[in-house]
Ligand binder design. Sequence first.
Ligand SMILES: [Zn+2]
Length: 292
Amino acid sequence: MVVLDIGGTKIAVARWVKGALRDRKQIVMPAGEGEWRSAIQSIAEAFPDAGRLGVAVTGSTDGHTIKAINQNVISYWNGYPLAPFLQELWGCPVFLLNDAQAAAWGEFVASGRRPKNLLFITLSTGVGGGLVLNGGLFMGHLGLAGHVGHVSSSVKALDGDSLCGCGRLNCLETVASGAALSRQATHITGANMDAAAVFAGFHAGDPTCLRIISTAALAVAHQIADAHATLGLEEVRIGGSVGLAAGMIETIVAAQKSLPLLFQVPVRRAALQADAGLIGVGHWVDQMETSL
Ligand SMILES: [Zn+2]
């Protein structure tokens, strides 16, 4: 099998052989549709004879088409016929899965002890998530289940109400994503700051950066508490460049202490990091075939 991970910033590809990645390659996600199609065609030529193609992809999918949840991410993905396009290139069956759901399944399999109910949250440029319930990946209608990035946050961003790229107001993504950290810091200080600069300030003890990170962490802690109240979570795994930045998980765990004990779910670091989508979709296609 060949596995692909198509995100807002990169395309990763590898062969999936006996539960492991081989020949992993990565390119920057091209901006326009024409360049993107050419890039995928080149990948298909470099990774022929797939047999099956497992695709972890950002956005909402019905297994055939793809729609960006945040329309600022990939503007031409609004019902784009992704599976037929890939099927024609590779000439084999194509399986599409939302990338955060793929990562959730990868983390579940990698965890070894396999908690029955697990929520995976990726805090990155955006915020995504996936759910494993009763030991199975819960995809929901159009692959949207577990997408906590677009659940309203009771903890507001420090620069006031914020319209999310999905069209809703004050989603978790507007408070705790890398883009949100950068936006708040830039608004408050007047200087152009990216998420890395906010974390640098956080570690240096800068009061504004401390407030921004602790607000983001509190928003995540409340989102976990809400998900736990609805679903009864056993464990939460946090990944993504912001989630895995030094001090972030510790700040989330500290924020959980302000909540009643009943809502303090164990939070752990994601194990698979940048390969979570590729590994997750590989395991997912494997287990689908064995369950048929
Ligand atoms: Zn949103």
